[in-house]
Design a protein around this ligand. Structure first.
Ligand SMILES: Cc1ncc(COP(=O)(O)O)c(C=O)c1O
Length: 321
């Protein structure tokens, strides 16, 4: 950047004589933890890669870096979805702020959508709307992080979990996914890694980056292990129902009678609209363990001080099922 300051003004904030010592926190001055955490995100890595690509080069570029279906022109949302958004906008009724937890009708629609695959009915009160699944992850990590605590993450996994835990000073401990067993979680290592400071384990099913889909049997084993260890499960199901092959998608929430499950998801992938930024947190808490620990109140408090998805996009949730 070019500076128009005279040499004598450089380095003292332009205040004339005497250097000012700015009281900027040392963490920001070092760039950590924000810079370290942010540089690990998929978008940051892609930004670095694309900044060195010569677009006029002879070879076409294939966008394989992020799960953005809109990269392919054939993937458009159905016209009904686009019409729903246009109608919501034109009605003039959704230009205001929404409740921080989300518009009630949208929470009800998502509760009903998720309940179709569950042996019980979620209520709208179990659902919190977020700006995509990323914000759902952000909320959950922020709510669960306490000094000295740790979280169990799958390896390989989705890098946002690493960045977010690093930013919250939550220690990440990694359990392997085993390639020879269809990328199932190594539950022996989960048991070995967990201790009294473990706040949760994360599973991503269907898996990014492995593409695997867990069987009912394996999900049951995960639930048994988590119950034995007394840890809750964060089930990232942003790819729900995008299951190839002959294994159907089964939500972790079907085991909510054994273990508290917090499901995070969004309309980004299945509905082909990651730019619309609508996601959710669903508390599958049949034994009210999360409620007794006031996790619901912590989620609400955190959501009260962060951004919510655009109101007219929330109204679209009516049309997802
Ligand atoms: C496993 C996983 N979780 C969460 C997200 C973020 O989803 P969203 O775009 O809805 O924020 C992604 C996006 O690629 C993902 O792969």
């Amino acid at each position: 950047m070019r500076s128009d300051k005279s040499p004598e003004m450089e380095g003292n904030g332009g205040a004339g004589a005497g250097a000012t010592e700015w009281r900027i926190s040392r963490a920001s001055a070092r760039g950590a933890p924000l810079a370290d955490a942010g540089s690990m995100s998929i978008r940051a890595v892609l930004g670095r890669v694309f900044s060195s690509v010569d677009e006029s080069g002879p070879r076409p570029m294939l966008m394989l870096g992020s799960g953005d279906p809109t990269g392919c022109a054939c993937f458009r949302p159905p016209p009904e979805a686009e019409d729903a958004i246009v109608d919501a906008l034109r009605s003039g009724e959704h230009n205001g702020y929404s409740p921080t937890v989300g518009v009630l009708s949208a929470r009800r629609a998502i509760a009903e959508y998720l309940s179709r695959d569950l042996p019980y009915q979620l209520s709208p009160d179990d659902i919190y709307l977020t700006a995509g699944c990323c914000q759902a992850i952000d909320v959950m990590i922020s709510v669960l992080a306490q000094p000295g605590s740790n979280i169990l993450l799958p390896k390989p996994g989705f890098p946002l979990y690493e960045s977010r835990t690093m930013f919250s000073n939550l220690e990440a401990r990694h359990f392997n996914l085993i390639p020879d067993r269809g990328w199932e979680a190594d539950l022996e290592s989960v048991e070995a890694l967990a201790d009294e400071n473990t706040v949760a384990m994360v599973i991503v099913n269907p898996s990014n980056p492995c593409g695997s889909v867990y069987s009912h049997d394996h999900l049951a084993k995960i639930a048994e292990t988590a119950r034995k260890l007394g840890i809750i499960i964060i089930a990232d199901e942003v790819y729900d129902h995008l299951a190839f092959g002959n294994k159907p998608f089964i939500p972790m929430g079907i085991f909510a009678d054994m273990v508290p499950v917090i499901t995070v998801g969004s309309i980004s992938k299945r509905w082909l609209v990651p730019g619309w930024r609508l996601g959710w947190i669903a508390m599958c808490d049949l034994n009210c363990i999360l409620k007794e620990a006031k996790v619901d109140k912590s989620i609400e408090s955190y959501i009260n001080i962060t951004n919510d998805p655009a109101t007219f996009i929330q109204v679209y949730a009516f049309t997802i099922y």
